[in-house]
Design a protein around this ligand. Structure first.
Ligand SMILES: [Zn+2]
Length: 116
C-alpha cells in the first residue's frame, strides 16, 4: 500500500476515540509519519480532539514542571547534607590538629636539633 492510499484509508478509519488514544504518542512524536499526518488531518476538522491535545500538552507541561521542581529540591537537600558533612569534618579536624600539633612540633624540633 502506498502512502496516499494509507492516508485516504486512515482518514475514514480514524475515529475520535482512536485519535485520543494516539495523542500521547503523537505528542511524543513516536508515531509513524503517516499516522501523524492522519492525526493532523483529523485535528484540522475536529475541535474536540484539538482541545484534548491542548489539555494533554498542558498536563504534560505541568508534570514536567513538577519534576523539575522536585529535582531542584533534591539538589538543595544534597547540597545541605554536603555542607553539614563538611562542617562536621571541620569540627572534627580542629581537636585532632590541636592534639597532634604539639607532638608533631616536638618531633620536628627534635629532628632539627639532632641535625645541628
Ligand atoms: Zn476527533
Amino acid at each position: 500500500m502506498d502512502r496516499e492510499t494509507d492516508l485516504k484509508q486512515g482518514e475514514s478509519v480514524l475515529t475520535c476515540g482512536i485519535v485520543r488514544d494516539l495523542l500521547p504518542f503523537y505528542r511524543e512524536k513516536i508515531t509513524s509519519v503517516v499516522t501523524a499526518e492522519m492525526i493532523e488531518k483529523h485535528l484540522e476538522k475536529c475541535a474536540t480532539c484539538r482541545e484534548a491535545l491542548e489539555k494533554l500538552c498542558w498536563q504534560e507541561e505541568q508534570k514536567e514542571q513538577e519534576e523539575r521542581a522536585r529535582g531542584r529540591n533534591f539538589q538543595k537537600k544534597l547540597l545541605s547534607v554536603k555542607y553539614q558533612l563538611l562542617g562536621f569534618l571541620a569540627g572534627l579536624l580542629v581537636p585532632v590538629v590541636s592534639l597532634l600539633l604539639p607532638t608533631v612540633l616536638s618531633l620536628v624540633s627534635g629532628w632539627l636539633f639532632g641535625l645541628l
